[in-house]
Design a protein around this ligand. Structure first.
Ligand code: SF4
Length: 95
């Protein structure tokens, strides 16, 4: 049987996601609902870092990504922005 284009593509991090086959609603809980179950799935996920970075890079505003809620991701974005700003303020040293 001839290989299709899909067969020839490199697997991506999504192919290794622990949440494959898990109800997506679990990762997009209603406001105020528990995120515990979704985070449990993420805890054992080998592509958690990739997932989190993807969400941060793409500004994902909703759902659990990389084991983190929207609020937790906002905090990371804020911390990184502060770190970048601080790095710009440090005067460059010359040897
Ligand atoms: S970290 Fe969580 S949401 Fe992301 S791929 Fe893994 S199981 Fe899915």
């Amino acid at each position: 049987m001839a290989a299709s284009l899909d067969d020839l593509q490199e697997p991506s991090w999504q192919d290794y996601a622990n949440c494959l086959g898990v109800d997506p609603d679990l990762f997009f809980p209603e406001r105020g609902a528990s995120t515990r179950e979704a985070k449990e799935v993420c805890r054992g996920c080998i592509v958690r870092e990739d997932c989190l970075e993807y969400a941060l890079r793409n500004g994902e505003k909703f759902g659990i990504w990389g084991g983190m809620s929207e609020r937790e991701r906002r905090r990371i974005r804020r911390q990184r922005a502060l770190a970048r700003a601080a790095a710009r303020e440090v005067p460059a040293r010359t040897a």
